[in-house]
Design a protein around this ligand. Structure first.
Ligand code: MN
Length: 233
């Protein structure tokens, strides 16, 4: 009789690369830690829009206590014909799913981070976390997203190229697919705070451990400030 596979133990130092890249006395990003997966409860996903050296979207999928992460330069698209490059990056802590703010100048990933989408996800074949692990290892990760902005079936396909793994993020043809819906371009506000990138950037203290100070601005590109009467901090 086949025995049920047990949860994979945490191996090595799961977030070593994440921690090595960051100075937590300067950045407001969470130091984080890998946690044992809850056997019950759904797996989380987030997409963060990140205005770093190059603007991109970070797709993060919870797996075995950390967030597997990909930088997607053009972001996701609902068009099944759009194959979006997704560069695998270092695993992030699950706490990162709540991070929205600005990483200070001079720090790794300096720039504004917006929580662009969040929700839960699952293996498309219903095979649970084992199917997700196998799909990730195989480089053919078929998932269903239950986000506020991203829904339905998607696949991440790893390309056979040397170096850091590069994948393609592709929408499956299902009832959510929509030709020409470049959702990353159309939706430009935070899923949690409804702020624009500019509004998050202005709120320097939320993501920085430095005291709030007038940030150097690119004056020419700055938009007129909106009335902020509803702001609480
Ligand atoms: Mn990023």
């Amino acid at each position: 009789m086949p025995t049920r596979k047990r949860r994979a133990p945490l191996k090595g130092k799961p977030l070593a690369e994440y921690k090595k890249k960051r100075d937590f006395t300067k950045t407001g990003e969470p130091a984080g830690r890998a946690v044992r997966s809850r056997s019950k409860g759904r797996l989380q996903f987030v997409v963060q829009k990140h205005d770093a050296t190059n603007l991109h979207f970070d797709l993060r999928l919870e797996l075995d206590g950390i967030m597997k992460s990909w930088a997607v330069p053009k972001g996701p698209s609902y068009d099944p014909k759009a194959k979006r490059l997704a560069m695998e990056v270092e695993d992030h802590p699950i706490e990162y799913n709540k991070f929205e703010g600005t990483i200070p100048e001079g720090e790794y990933g300096a720039g504004t981070v917006m929580l662009w989408d969040r929700g839960t996800y699952e293996a498309e074949d219903g095979g649970g976390v084992e199917s997700l692990r196998e799909g990730y290892e195989r480089g053919d990760l078929k998932i269903v997203l239950h986000g506020e902005r991203l829904q339905g079936g998607w696949v991440l396909v790893r390309m056979k190229r040397p170096g850091r793994p590069q994948w393609l993020l592709i929408k499956h043809r299902d009832e959510f697919a929509q030709v020409d819906l470049d959702v990353a371009k159309e939706i430009t506000t935070s899923v949690t705070t409804n702020r624009t990138m500019d509004e998050i950037a202005e709120d320097v203290s939320s993501g920085s451990k430095r005291p709030k100070r007038p940030a150097p601005r690119r004056a020419a590109t700055r938009r007129p400030r909106r009335p902020r009467s509803q702001r609480s901090n």
